[in-house]
Design a protein. Structure first.
Length: 483
């Protein structure tokens, strides 16, 4: 079924889960989950128009999907009569505003960009449980139901501890994959294969040790076309933790005893800290060796700096968030390839950086109802298709159905493409599989733990600290933070 990006179809949105549980909620009452399910008085019986005249605020990190939605609010406002004011800012500012808003007892911001680690886990009590709204017969159903969302993303971005509650619906899905200059590998591939004894082109078969060998080969043999074989986002910043985590998990390490399960539902009891294990030390030792072969500016780059270097032609390949594909396709149309990250001794892992959008638990009455209609619309297949092709942004669908649309599938192999991020589709769909996804521990202390991790790793890279000592320091400080 093709979705229209010009107008939002009431019939399509009314099809969904509303009929399944319509009897569970009385108009204007809670359906038993704690969140009210208000019914508006406007609209003459049209469920999309019942909150006409209401104004709500949506606060978000500066992201491509939010830029696209902010530029294309007219369809929602025409559909509902609701005015939406979008504020976009750095994530740390979103976090501070949410802390103030949640503690105030009022809702200055109604719809929340609920980062799983900095907002959802530490401030879950400030977010409304969406289950009663999902089940209520007062509203149009979520098209396709929750099953249309990619399962690992729904759990990672929408739940915390109690899997019966849903605090957010998947909204964006940045994931680290390999980006590489296909034109350079076509030019140098045969020579590199002859010298190295394996296919140097990034693929499902590549290991981290092979990735390092290819990096060194490019450094020595391809300088007239590219400065360095690889780059990294190894600045003393969250980006360094993200980059290293891919290697840590691939080598069989993790931050806590309960491992990857913590990234799905989260926990207030993650088990013992395990980052200082033998696998953790092996990962750190390899990561330091890897950075010795990387572009020397890597320790000054976050993910944006790395993406800029790739677009500038300074590196041949790198792990980075897949949503940078849009800029890469403009710089090198038809010349960029995407692949899964290399395998380690244990597995391959791709850190998932997605976020859901939820509702301030302080929102009441018409503002609560209007916020829910917006969350429904903003995460719908039609809106995700619009965002995918937006000229001002462009996210990646969190809905399985969008990837199956003929107009979307037709763009996967085109470059330039009107949906540039969809060029990564076949790779990220594999990366999101349970055996390949990389999930940080969803614990309320994560912001503090993150800082510990990237601070000590930065010392290892820039001050030549010993990898074993580095991991021991991270282990000790994490244990203290969890007390």
């Amino acid at each position: 079924m093709a979705f229209s990006t010009d107008a939002f179809s009431r019939r399509q949105l009314l099809w969904g889960g509303a009929s399944i549980a319509a009897a569970l909620a009385l108009p204007g009452c809670s359906s038993g989950g704690g969140t009210d399910t208000p019914k508006g008085s406007a609209g003459g019986g049209d469920p999309w128009k019942q909150f006409t005249g209401t104004t709500i605020n949506f606060i978000s990190e500066n992201t491509s999907p939010s830029a696209a939605i902010a530029a294309n609010l007219a369809p929602f406002e025409q559909l509902t009569g609701i005015t939406v004011k979008v504020q976009q800012m750095e994530l740390d500012k979103v976090v501070e505003k949410c802390k103030l808003d949640f503690s105030s007892g009022t809702a200055q911001n109604h719809v929340i960009y609920a980062d799983p680690y900095q907002i959802l886990a530490p401030m879950a009590d400030g977010l409304a449980d969406l289950r009663p709204l999902l089940d209520s017969g007062n509203y149009p159903g979520v098209e396709g139901g929750l099953d249309d969302f990619i399962s690992t993303q729904l759990q990672a971005t929408g739940t915390f501890i109690d899997d019966k509650k849903v605090f957010a619906l998947p909204y964006d899905a940045p994931t680290m994959i390999m980006h590489y200059r296909r034109d350079l590998f076509e030019k140098y591939g045969d020579r590199a294969r002859a010298d190295l004894g394996f296919d140097p082109t990034p693929s499902d078969a590549m290991t981290w040790q092979q990735y390092l060998a290819v990096a060194r080969w490019f450094n020595q043999n391809a300088r007239k076309d590219v400065k360095y074989g690889i780059g990294a986002q190894a600045k003393q910043h969250d980006s360094l933790q993200c980059d290293f985590s891919n290697v840590l998990w691939a080598f069989g390490g993790d931050y806590f005893e309960k491992g990857q399960s913590l990234g799905l539902r989260g926990s207030d009891d993650p088990g013992a800290v395990t980052v200082g294990s033998a696998a953790g030390v092996a990962a750190a030792t390899f990561y330091r060796e890897l950075l010795s072969a990387a572009h020397p500016s890597s320790t000054t780059w976050d993910w944006t700096g790395l993406a800029d270097a790739f677009v500038a032609g300074e590196i041949a390949m790198c792990p980075n968030w897949h949503e940078f594909a849009a800029g890469e396709e403009k710089a090198f149309p038809g010349k960029v390839g995407y692949a899964l990250l290399p395998k380690g001794p244990s597995r391959r892992a791709h850190i998932f950086g997605g976020t859901g959008i939820g509702i301030n638990a302080n929102a009441k009455g018409d503002e609560l109802g209007a916020a829910w209609l917006f969350v429904n619309w903003a995460t719908s297949p039609q809106t995700q298709l619009m965002s995918l092709g937006s000229k001002v942004g462009g996210g990646t669908p969190t809905r399985t159905s969008v990837y199956g649309l003929p107009e979307v599938k037709a763009e996967e192999g085109r470059s330039p493409s009107k949906f540039p991020n969809i060029r990564t589709a076949q790779t990220v769909l594999k990366a999101w599989q349970p055996e390949n996804i990389g999930l940080r521990p969803k614990v309320s202390q994560w912001v503090e733990l993150d800082t510990i991790i990237f601070t000590e790793l930065s010392k290892m890279l820039t001050q030549n600290a010993d990898p074993a000592a580095t991991m021991a320091a991270i282990q000790q400080q994490m244990q203290k933070a969890m007390q």
